[in-house]
Design a protein around this ligand. Structure first.
Ligand code: T5A
Length: 212
């Protein structure tokens, strides 16, 4: 008998919102429920997409114009979906991904001025109707996110280096996506303590996807 298709969960938000931390805890909880979980990230997740990640995250802040960024992010994503995400879902695994198409819509579309509609169209060309089953949008004050990134030991990316108005535009674009697609998206207050954020995420995942 074929295994039921797995579920695809994405976690989105601005810099330092806590995506990586929350994904780790969410994946552990899902595994504790007996689910097979694949944790992955964007840009990246395959050999080719990790090479594209390196091109995108290093170098001067203006290394790429927004359209080149959008196309590189999307090229990496098509490789990631076809080689990792889709096969895992078909095998009945649950996939939890750190950023996905909404990041292109918010960063390149909203903050990069290409327009969210144009970026939504680009995602449609690249991925057809493929969409996450559930997207958590972690919302955090821009200054608070920057302070968390500053406090962390590892290096900053090209995107971290952008000014506060860029990150504010990213935040507003994510809030608009959450408002426009409430069935797929759950907006989470990421300014709460870590445990409280995780409890909200687990409760929401359970009620939307019936984990049990
Ligand atoms: N990008 C990506 C695009 O422009 N377009 C796209 O299409 C895609 C896919 C990726 C960059 O690429 C851009 C967006 C990004 O700028 P990245 O290095 O993967 O770069 O960066 P981020 O995804 O932003 O990851 P970060 O590591 O910066 O942030 P996270 O994962 O949100 O935060 P996390 O979990 O590492 O936490 C940051 C710090 O805060 C603490 C943690 O312990 C950690 O020290 N923390 C908390 N502290 C207090 N209270 C809480 N609730 C906390 N939660 C976490």
């Amino acid at each position: 008998m074929n295994k039921a298709r797995g579920r695809f969960i994405t976690v989105e938000g601005g810099e330092g919102a806590g995506k990586t931390t929350q994904i780790q805890l969410l994946a552990e909880w899902l595994e504790g429920k007996g689910l097979e979980v694949v944790r992955t990230r964007e840009p990246g997740g395959t050999r080719g997409a990790e090479i594209i990640r390196e091109l995108l995250l290093t170098g001067d802040a203006d290394r790429w114009p927004p359209m080149a960024e959008a196309l590189l992010m999307t090229a990496a994503r098509t490789d990631h979906v076809s080689r990792v995400i889709e096969p895992a879902l078909r095998a009945g695994k649950w996939v939890v991904c750190d950023r996905f198409s909404d990041s292109t819509r918010a960063y390149q579309g909203g903050a990069g001025n290409l327009g969210r509609d144009a970026m939504t169209d680009l995602q449609k060309i690249a991925l057809g109707d493929f969409q996450p089953d559930l997207t958590f949008i972690l919302d955090l004050d821009v200054a608070a996110g920057a302070a968390r990134v500053d406090a962390r030991a590892d290096g900053k990316t090209r995107f971290d280096a952008r000014d506060a108005s860029f990150h504010q535009a990213v935040r507003e674009a994510f809030l608009a996506i959450a408002r426009e697609e409430p069935d797929r998206c759950a907006l989470i207050d990421a300014g709460q303590p870590l445990d409280a954020v995780q409890q909200t995420i687990r409760r929401t995942a359970d009620s939307r996807l019936t984990i049990g």
